[in-house]
Ligand binder design. Structure first.
Ligand code: 13P
Ligand code: SF4
Length: 307
């Protein structure tokens, strides 16, 4: 069926068609915590970048529908070369991942000979292929600590790099990238949210600027925030607002407040339910990673998964 036909269908009909197609195609839907609520609800698993990479590595489905951004689909393909991996919208890129190219990384390495490279999973397959090891926001400190080196190049997120530097004695040499969603949080957001909800602790993502991080009670990846939500009656959540849908679904009786209602990743929202069902039906858009890049990128991802 064409996309226009799916766009006209009601949500219950789309959900029913989605289940039917999943069975017919032996497909699994993996959704990131920032996806819109209807997409999270049809996903077989919802999680952060680390969870999605691990699930991708373990899946026995023949078709993986990655509802997230391009680097997540590439990671799933790198870890599952024999499977078909599709991303429902090719407009779902991550602007931070695009802030460093493989050539720029090669030049950065040449300026710091001998220093190993830790690349955030929010990077292209080409950049992963030039890196020693990947990390996500939930294991970045552990990955850095695992390296037998005092000086480490960390790309592309300068805010995550600063957070890691605050947690280790190693010297972290950052790339100057950032996430346009998390970099937007400011100290005033924390002051206003704390005044409005004085009994709620604040958790922020390590992609936030250092002066915001230092005011928070907790720093966590999106899945770390899911775990914290289980331990608290309410939380002020300093990340993309899609996560709030997940938290409310998991804990209907609890209260979750966005640190800023403007924290929307437009790229993550390029995928909606009609697009997911259309993608499943047409097995579009297939993600391909050339073999020479895939093998080197796989080693950086595998090294992270062993950490
Ligand atoms: P998580 O791995 O914490 O879900 O973060 C992914 C991401 O893109 C954050 O902006
Ligand atoms: Fe990229 Fe930021 Fe969107 Fe995450 S929230 S996908 S880092 S732009």
């Amino acid at each position: 069926m064409r996309f226009e036909e799916y766009a006209r269908m009601s949500e219950p009909s789309l959900v029913a068609r989605c289940e039917e197609l999943k069975r017919a195609r032996n497909a699994v839907i993996l959704g990131h915590n920032y996806q819109v609520d209807p997409v999270q609800r049809v996903s077989d698993s919802v999680g952060d970048s680390l969870v999605l990479a691990q699930l991708g590595a373990d899946s026995d489905a023949e078709l993986i529908v990655l509802c997230g951004v391009l680097f997540m689909a590439e990671s799933a393909k790198i870890l599952n070369p024999a499977k078909k991996v599709i991303l429902p919208s090719l407009s779902a890129g991550c602007p931070m991942a695009d802030m460093i190219t493989a050539e720029e990384l090669r030049n950065f390495k040449a300026e710091h000979p001998g220093a190993p490279v830790v690349c955030y999973v929010n990077t292209s397959a080409d950049v992963k292929a030039e890196s020693d090891v990947c990390c996500t926001s939930s294991n970045a400190v552990r990955v850095v600590e695992s390296l037998d080196a005092d000086e480490i190049l960390f790309v592309p997120d300068r805010n995550l790099a600063a957070y890691v530097a605050s947690q280790t004695d190693k010297t972290i040499i950052p790339w100057d990238g950032y996430c346009y969603v998390h970099n937007m949080f400011v100290r005033e957001d924390v002051i206003v949210a704390t005044a409005a909800h004085p009994d709620s602790p604040i958790v922020v993502h390590p992609e936030c600027p250092p002066d915001v991080i230092e005011m928070a009670d907790f720093v966590a990846s999106t899945e770390g925030m899911v775990r914290l939500a289980a331990e608290h009656d309410s939380l002020i959540v300093g990340t993309e607002i899609g996560l709030i849908d997940r938290l409310k679904r998991d804990h209907p009786g609890k209260r979750f407040y966005p640190l800023s209602a403007f924290a929307v990743c437009r790229n993550m929202k390029m995928i909606d339910l009609p697009r997911v069902v259309w993608a499943l039906d047409n097995e579009e858009h297939e993600i391909v990673v050339p073999d020479d890049v895939r093998v080197r990128a796989q080693s950086a991802l595998a090294r992270m998964l062993e950490c």
